[in-house]
Write a protein that binds this ligand. Structure first.
Ligand code: FRU
Length: 491
């Protein structure tokens, strides 16, 4: 083991105790110490779920990328394992960037990741990105000495070796495929497909999808799978321009739905939409559970607002709740994994609660860790607005509000205690029948994830309100009734 990895492992053991469990999210994975970004190597291996992550243990800001590591039986309660990789080889000295995992026929786990190294170019020192592999037993991993296995030499004409990352390994009947994001002069991001029999020797097999300037600039973090008879390509885009209520400024996620052409084997794209419409969601990855569910997890954060919340903490960055995926009505539907139901305490249910022009609270509904289902029942007269406010005290709250006239659902953390001029609100268009709408709010200490209409759309946001603010209230402008089932969550 390299000194760099030994140092990282010692550091995380010595420092994790400084973070009290109560200061972390209850059931969303956060960095063991320091900084976390993208999920990596999300997989089922050796009878457990494994989740690695982009990791800088020494600071709560992004820095030289390691791979952190955690395992779980239920996708919600995670146990930290020692850091899996440190940037310690000539081919990854500047960082072990995002990647994925597969199980080999001999029982070992293979990781594929982007190794970043420095190169002297006519324009000065630049970071070059290439794809590397490592093999291990679920705790310790050995990097292949011949790394990188996919590098500039494998790129089609025009592909940039400076933006070439985040390999998504896939098993294939004749070996393996890797989908890798690449910047291409003129068209921006592309998802490239490579083919290999042994994970060591790779050949370029085609362009899976191409940006053409429509969704941001560089693309990152691909995932590619079949689901409910459709081919699904997930990606994350940098530098997006907004498109109506679909895509927002900055980094965002997208889902390309299509099919595989049986003649050419090419991915034929049919439609695109955002994956999450909230403020904080990026770089998602999926796995297939042993019982056949396609489950996705994302980094619940926004690159443009990192470390800008107060107060600063010894950890920074958390994952979303894992979400079961399906394709319905031509869209990617997401529902919290069913394992979440096992964390539910006794339900508190109210039916046909009447609310008119003001705020109300309901006995038994409060706290910062909860799973809450709400169904709106509009009356004869249309209402203007309905809202749920949580992480609430006299001074602070975060809200989810719905305006049927505009068909807009808004998540708003403006009053969450943030003292920075960062983005605090996001809006999404939602489908409803004259004000009839279904919401499911998943609350953890520092986040909210709103699932609309049984997973048709999702809005995720982090909030760092003092934990003492734990009230939940309902608000209406106009009159309506609603049903609510509330479960406290006990991880
Ligand atoms: C996405 C990303 C990846 C890269 C990693 C570096 O959030 O930029 O493309 O591999 O983060 O930490």
């Amino acid at each position: 083991m390299s000194q760099a990895l030994r140092d990282a492992r010692r550091y995380e053991e010595e420092h994790e105790h400084a973070i009290a469990p109560k200061e972390r999210p209850g059931y969303h994975l956060s960095a063991r110490v320091g900084w976390m970004n993208d999920p990596n190597g999300f997989s089922w291996y050796g009878g457990q779920y494994h989740l690695f992550y982009q990791y800088h243990p020494y600071d709560s800001h992004w820095g030289p990328m390691h791979w952190g590591h955690a395992v779980s039986d239920d996708l919600l309660r995670w146990r930290y394992l020692p850091a899996a990789m440190a940037p310690d080889m000539p081919f990854d000295r500047e960082g072990c960037y995002s990647g994925s995992a597969v199980t080999l026929p001999d029982g070992r786990q293979a990781l594929m990741y982007t190794g970043v190294s420095e190169e002297l170019t006519p324009e000065g020192l630049r970071h070059v990105q290439a794809q590397c592999v490592a093999f291990g037993d679920g705790v310790n991993y050995r990097k292949y000495e011949g790394n990188p296995v996919i590098s500039a030499a494998h790129l089609p004409e025009g592909g940039s070796r400076f933006d070439f990352r985040d390999p998504r390994l896939l098993e294939a009947p004749d070996g393996y495929r890797a989908v890798v994001a690449n910047d291409h002069a003129g068209v921006g991001g592309r998802m490239l497909l490579f083919r290999s029999g042994d994970l060591i020797h790779w050949t370029f097999a085609g362009v899976l999808a191409e940006n053409g300037g429509r969704l941001g600039r560089m693309w990152e973090c691909p995932d590619f799978f079949e689901l409910d008879g459709r081919a699904v390509l997930l990606g994350s885009a940098q530098d997006m321009l907004p498109k109506g209520f679909e895509y927002h400024n900055g980094n965002g996620t997208f889902c390309l739905l299509g099919h595989m052409d049986p003649e050419t084997g090419a991915f034929v794209e049919e439609s695109d939409h955002a994956i999450d419409y909230g403020i904080d969601f990026y770089a998602p990855q999926t796995l297939l559970t042993p019982d056949g569910r396609r489950v996705m997890i994302g980094w619940m954060q926004n690159w443009d607002t990192c470390n800008l919340h107060t107060p600063s903490t010894a950890w920074y960055g958390q994952m979303s709740v894992p979400r079961e995926l399906s394709i319905q009505n031509g869209r990617l539907y997401q529902r919290p994994v069913k394992e979440l139901e096992a964390l539910r305490g006794a339900p508190v249910t109210y039916e046909h609660v009447k609310i008119a022009d003001g705020e109300l609270t309901l006995p038994g509904i409060g706290g910062r860790m909860a799973d809450m289902e709400i169904e709106l029942e509009p009356g004869e007269t249309p209402f203007n607005r309905f809202a749920v406010r949580f992480a609430k005290n006299d001074q602070f709250h975060t809200g989810v509000s719905f305006r049927p006239v505009e068909s807009v659902l808004k998540v708003d953390r403006k009053f969450s205690g943030s003292r920075r001029a960062i983005i605090h609100q996001r809006r999404a268009k939602v489908r409803h029948d004259r004000g009839r709408l279904k919401l499911r709010l998943i609350l953890d200490r520092y986040s909210v994830e709103v699932f609309v209409n049984d997973g048709e759309k999702v809005m995720s946001a982090t909030l760092y309100t003092d934990l003492a603010a734990d009230g939940i209230a309902f608000f209406a402008d106009g009159a309506l009734s609603f049903n609510v089932t509330f479960y406290p969550l006990n991880p």
